[in-house]
Design a binder for this molecule. Structure first.
Ligand code: NCD
Length: 327
């Protein structure tokens, strides 16, 4: 049997996403009716969560998704505490744990490419390969976040009546060098929206992403200010500055970038087109003393769609697990 992985948003394809979103809708309906109704869908199966970086949403929603489907979960949330501490290679660790036959190996990694490497190790496990899910790899990708994002955009665009995002204009802003905007842009290429990237020049989206969009005929522009797009975008996809993913040298190089220039404020919301929505993968930075990329007053107005977006993580990840783990 072909083992399906979810490592890059580039590999998913429209057919896979459509099927997955249909399943996510079904899970939403079933859980609304009865939270215990999915408990036999994957009962007896096991998900292994191997997390090398902090996480709230990805970790908890994957675990909630697994448990709602009747799966058991094994967590290694600090591999520092594993035999790597004794000098074991990552390849050996992955090959070993994949040999215990988890039905899904869900990995968050601190290095770009780390999950693809782990999938290659897991493919050589004694007993055969196991499905690997990328739960975020350094600055690389975060494909299940992109699935959640596109699922949410489809719900919001024309009241969920359309199967694609043609006609929609999405502003993607903040720090565009992280894994989230990368995977989102890759996946959006299948859905045909217009995109405006908004960031400080130093935080622009990568050349490889732009090249990918060009080859897919997606129309995009790049801006360094918020105001010019306010009246045009239907969606505002905002991101936090990913300093935790940067070396001290990189941080020093970016020290002059003023976070206020990319803060979405209520005054911007007033200038947005009617019905515009703000999305964010979260976490939103609310460290005391820091400038938050989203003014706190936005949290409780209708424009904020990030609560709906994060709640969708449950249904979409249930659909991912079901797709990869059912016999
Ligand atoms: C993101 C991540 O970890 O890449 N969070 C998430 O999974 N929802 C975004 C971030 O950390 O900024």
């Amino acid at each position: 049997m072909h083992t399906r992985h979810v490592v890059s948003a580039r590999d998913l394809g429209l057919g896979f996403c459509r099927e997955l979103f249909k399943r996510a809708d079904e899970y939403r309906t079933r859980l609304d009716r009865d939270p215990t109704s999915c408990i036999t869908d994957l009962s007896g199966r096991v998900a292994l969560l191997w997390f090398r970086q902090p996480s709230t949403r990805t970790l908890v929603s994957f675990e909630m998704a697994a448990v709602r489907l009747g799966m058991s979960v094994v967590q290694v949330i600090d591999p520092q505490f594993s035999s790597e501490y004794k000098g074991e290679s990552e390849d050996h660790s992955m090959r070993t744990v994949a040999g215990y036959r988890p039905d899904a190996l869900i990995i968050r990694h601190n290095q770009e490419g780390g999950v693809a490497r782990a999938a290659a190790s897991a493919a050589r496990a004694f007993g055969g390969p196991v499905p690997v899910i990328n739960a975020g790899d350094g600055k690389g990708e975060h494909p299940t976040q992109a699935l959640i994002d596109v699922y949410t955009l489809l719900q919001l665009w024309n009241n969920g009546t359309q199967q694609d995002l043609s006609g929609a204009h999405i502003a993607i802003g903040g720090d565009l060098q992280g894994r989230v905007p990368r995977s989102l842009a890759f996946l959006l290429a299948d859905y045909g929206p217009e995109i405006t990237f908004i960031s400080a020049p130093e935080l622009r989206v990568g050349e490889d992403v732009k090249e990918y969009l060009r080859t897919r005929d997606i129309s995009f522009t790049e801006e360094t200010e918020i105001d010019g797009t306010l009246q045009r975008a239907h969606f505002w996809y905002w991101t936090r500055t990913q300093n935790d993913q940067r070396t001290d040298k990189e941080k020093a190089r970016l020290a002059h970038v003023d976070p206020r220039s990319m803060q979405l404020r209520l005054s911007h919301v007033r200038g947005m087109r009617k019905g515009a929505k703000i999305l964010h993968p979260m976490p939103i930075n609310r460290k005391p003393g820091d400038v938050s990329e989203i003014e706190p007053a936005i949290d409780d107005i209708d424009t904020a769609a990030y609560w709906q977006q994060s709640a969708n993580g449950l249904y979409v990840r249930m659909a991912v697990l079901q797709t990869l783990c059912s016999p």
